[in-house]
Design a protein around this ligand. Sequence first.
Ligand SMILES: Cc1c2[nH]c(c1CCC(=O)O)Cc1[nH]c(c(CCC(=O)O)c1C)Cc1[nH]c(c(CCC(=O)O)c1C)Cc1[nH]c(c(C)c1CCC(=O)O)C2
Length: 342
Amino acid sequence: MTKTILRALAGEVLPTPPIWMMRQAGRYLPEYRATRAQAGDFLSLCYNPELATEVTLQPIRRYGFDAAILFADILLLPQALGADLWFVTGEGPRLSTVTSAADFDRLKPVSAIHDTLSPIYETVGRLSRSLPAETTLIGFAGAPWTVATYMIAGRGTKDQGPAHALRQEDPEVFDALIDRLTEGTIEYLSEQVKAGAEVVKLFDSWAGSLPEDAFRRYALEPARIITQELKSRFPGLPVIVFPRQAGAQYVGFHQATGADCVAVDDSVTPDWAAEHVQVSGCVQGNLASSHMVTGGEALVRETRRVVEAFRNGPHIFNLGHGITPDADPENVQLMIDTVRGG
Ligand SMILES: Cc1c2[nH]c(c1CCC(=O)O)Cc1[nH]c(c(CCC(=O)O)c1C)Cc1[nH]c(c(CCC(=O)O)c1C)Cc1[nH]c(c(C)c1CCC(=O)O)C2
């Protein structure tokens, strides 16, 4: 029987939505923290196929989620393109910056990325051989705009100021970077699919900071190009796009990109998303991840509200954003029991 996630992605309305969780392998789980300590740092874990496979499987063993997502990070692609990358504990990622034509010219060609990323493909292959038969394997990459915001600023930023400045002040360099990332993302995801990923997801975490014209050009258009090219290379490949905090711009995103599923964050209500986004295809989301910290009756009530709102169309249950390190693993179980048990 076809896997539930693939059925939902094909547009089927299921009595119980399939479920997985962004960042389901992460620091809220004691077994993740133990494996990560064994690996040393986060990047060593990403590039270690044996341990990356292990942490990807941990939430599947513990909770029986319907999908596993490759354990990696959206910033591995810039690293493979030649950016220096490191993580500062308690603060987040740091990268060497791209803010001029000279910086851009130092980046490697897309053909070079596999030298760095081949361990990731090996992890995908191992996962594809070891997952339970009913579990779907999701590969992923960052969307060009979101990845560019980190490459331009050299770190995470609250308002993506440096990237907005570059796109306005030096559109030539900015567009060249977006194009390189678009091309790199296609090749990166293609290798994940060849290694066994059954679905791919594009994370555009900062799409919501783009004003309307720029949203079309830098969020929608790259997502369309990547989706279309992957679907022409791999007919039938399901694609999930996540233009986070797109608000009103979620409307029409399925049709404009050709993606099978639009993931929505929790800044929109499930009723609104059912009416305006699910009308055109499968929706993924969108319980606020704070419920995984606070739990209790509110968690049960809001979980039911999400299930109820999306009941009449294709839906994959998920959080509105990644689960946080301070989440309680028991609340995750309560969410799953509520989705599956009513
Ligand atoms: C912006 C972004 C990044 N990475 C990602 C995004 C887009 C989605 C989002 O908005 O959350 C995506 C990502 N990061 C990770 C995954 C793995 C798959 C999954 O479980 O969803 C995915 C899909 C693992 C990770 N990526 C990171 C962790 C925590 C690493 C650790 O210390 O163990 C994990 C499990 C680190 C990371 N990676 C990134 C940041 C800003 C950080 C530091 C923040 C933090 O410390 O939580 C960049």
